[in-house]
Write a protein of this length. Sequence first.
Length: 207
Amino acid sequence: MQTTTSFERFAGLCALAAGAAAFLYAVAFVILRSGGLAALCLLAVGLLATAVQVGLYERLREVEPGFALWGLVLGLASGVGAALHGGFDLAATILPPPAATGEVPSQVDPRGLLTFGVAGLGVLVVAWLIGREGRLPRGLSALGYATAVLSILLYLGRLIVFDPASPLILIPAVLNGFLVGPAWYVWLGLALRRAEAAAPVARAQPA
């Protein structure tokens, strides 16, 4: 139990850091148009998200073990995919390839399949489990549904339209990048840390 709650504290800190990195990614991508900073933030969000997913799995696996494991697998896949996507873009920014490649989809994360599509599906599963778990805030579940839908819409927009100026891409990107996505991570981080802080009190109570 002590190992689990200690990791929840770590996962909560990672969620808070991921929220800050996600907001900074939106600023770098939409406002500053800084490819290097955006890539670095995406790399950070992806790596931090893997710890968050493990912390969520530890909390939600008793609700529906199979769905919790599925959510963990989807979350880890999307986190690693985002980190690889960010790492590739960062490497290309620091040392550009000798030949221009154009807008060819990444073989690792084509059009944000893992970063947005799989991530959205994983958050859908997690949001549903949070709603059934009962200890985490109900509003967190609703916020999870919102960021999941926006992430999936953003992936579909990048897949079908691809024009960054299109409302089908711009609206989900702005809403999820500046508001819903960072709020999801920050609230999740606070919720996990509160749950961890309450655990020693619960263990101290007599049976």
